[in-house]
Design a protein around this ligand. Structure first.
Ligand code: IMP
Ligand code: MG
Length: 166
């Protein structure tokens, strides 16, 4: 196991992204939807740097391998906020194949938000299967399995303050 991004590097990058998000929305109210479980730490650091009125909830989406290894996505947690007419910012830990975000963004856009943008901590573009537009990316990483800062390996390591390659 070795470190890819230190606690300080992550915190610096979160601040930079928050500044860009603050500049994009100004004083307009923002609805932040974090994707569970991996985004919890990123969301909590990010929203503390945002300056507009924030509404916050989490959405659960899990990918699984179906027959013939076709990935399916099932939703594990819904939220009460009506997205219609809202500025919605989806916050994700990592976009890998893109299948999870493709399905989640398709679902959310059907709820008629005023705007829908995606902020992902990590982008692993090498095995992309679905084109997903990412408005903010923390770090682009190589095709390595990473853990920490919310990301897990069989449920473990989410509590680390840094990001490591397993
Ligand atoms: P996608 O649907 O292939 O884009 O995968 C998205 C989900 O797979 C993420 O939300 C993560 O939960 C998980 N994932 C993909 N790569 C990694 C990794 O390197 N470490 C931990 N989880 C990962
Ligand atoms: Mg995830």
């Amino acid at each position: 196991m070795y470190e890819l991004y230190s606690k300080n590097q992550i915190q610096e990058r979160v601040k930079e992204i928050a500044t860009e998000i603050n500049n994009t929305y100004g004083d307009e109210q923002l609805t932040v939807i974090g994707i569970l479980n991996g985004s919890f730490m990123f969301v909590s650091d990010l929203v503390r740097q945002l300056t507009m009125p924030i509404e916050l909830d989490f959405f659960g989406a899990k990918s699984y391998m179906g027959r013939k290894r076709n990935p399916g996505i099932h939703f594990t947690k819904e939220f009460d906020i009506d997205l219609k007419g809202k500025n919605v910012l989806v916050v994700e830990d990592i976009v890998d194949s893109g299948n999870t975000m493709f399905v989640v963004l398709d679902n959310f856009s059907g709820r008629e938000p005023k705007s829908l943008r995606l902020c992902t901590l990590l982008d692993k573009p090498t095995k992309r299967e679905k084109i997903v537009h990412m408005d903010w990316i923390g770090f682009e990483i190589p095709n390595k399995f990473v853990i920490g800062y919310g990301l897990d390996y069989y449920g473990l390591y989410r509590n680390l303050s840094n990001i490591c390659v397993l």
